[in-house]
Design a protein around this ligand. Sequence first.
Ligand code: ADP
Ligand code: MG
Length: 433
Amino acid sequence: MSELPPASTDSTLRLLVQGQRVFDRFVLESVLGQGGMGVVWKARDEALEKDVALKFILESRARDPEAVAGLKHETRRCQELRHAGIVAIYDLLQDSDRVAVSMEYVAGATLAARKVERETGCFDPADVLPWLDQLKDALTYAHRDARVVHRDLKPSNLILTPSGRLKVMDFGISQQLLETVAGTAGTRVEGISLPYGSPQQLLGERARVADDVYSLGATIYDLLTGKPPFFRGRLELQVLELKPSSMDERRTELNHSGAPIPRHWEEVIGAALSKEPGDRPASVAELVDALRDERADRPKDVPVAPVVPVVRVVVPKVAVPKVEAPAPAAVERRAVFQAGAKDETVKAVGWVPTLAPKVRRIRDASWQVTAIVVLGFALLVAFGIHWKRHSVETPAPAAVAPVATAAPEKPRPDPLRPAALQPTGVKPPPKSR
Ligand SMILES: Nc1ncnc2c1ncn2[C@@H]1O[C@H](COP(=O)(O)OP(=O)(O)O)[C@@H](O)[C@H]1O
Ligand SMILES: [Mg+2]
């Protein structure tokens, strides 16, 4: 028999047992997990003859009509999401005893669970990249096509199937529950997902794609270091005010090892965790593409060039930093993301690296080589023209001077030889053998 969630004082959670039939249709099989807002059971849907996940809401929430209405609204919105990378939401179920959301059951383990199984306590960039490609696909669909924001991205809402497919769970739902909790408790600090939530979510602003970009940044930070950007002390203050430590520093602090984190990953994740939404990558695709930049292969100790925006407006001069050290990347990132997100006339169309000193020297040398080649080519062309002109002005050899082709010069008489031995200029006949 499955164990009930520990220390559960909530009657809804306590009174659920294996084999129990609920909502006249589902038979409870086993507890899949418990979050701050309820418990999730695997159940058999007898009507459709398939396994589902039932997320039971805490009794205190289930008895709050406003909370249930909000959840119903969010469930309807998310029911429309159809994507292989998103766990499907089926329905909101309600009777006099309880409220639950039924959803696709996924056999697998969340990235949070996978992470703690690792010997190093965290993942390497190479582990994370294939998941990011899948997330980019799923979240771009949700944001751009379905126009739905997740609002609670975190490792425990990302589940990995045995075949390696990553699926996003709880679209819209958990944040809806958090908001109702916040409304009741008068504070948002109780939210379980605070370490992954953006400053704007904390302040109760309307959800935007920029919130998911922030949470995805916090999720990647967690996967690579073992902890989210802020995880102890007064989180709300830190989320609002504090710049997170670099991932490298965090790994050292937590004594977690692993394959090195590329320098530009630090920059991109740092940008995703910006306090200002406009300083973040404008979309999940932009974030993932920036991480996927071919420079990811560079070893960490090689200086990596900071990035500057490519702009469509004509800029008089692109300043290559005069100092050997790269210019502060944050300033340039700000330009990229602000341009991409806000300014219509100056749109970021991509990332280009400014040149690291070594690359710059190679570039300068190659300019010199190019100049020499061009000069040489010009000389060749000039010589060719000159030669051609000369050859036109000079008459053809036949017409010029029969003298030039006259018989061979007569040999001069040798004053020291007798007359009979003087050269005649006539070749002697070949000697017969
Ligand atoms: N659709 C699902 N299929 C399989 N397991 C699930 C599903 N939804 C949730 N779970 C499991 O239940 C756990 C608790 O989920 P939840 O209540 O959403 O809390 P949290 O998201 O904070 O972990 C998850 O960590 C996961 O292991
Ligand atoms: Mg969840």
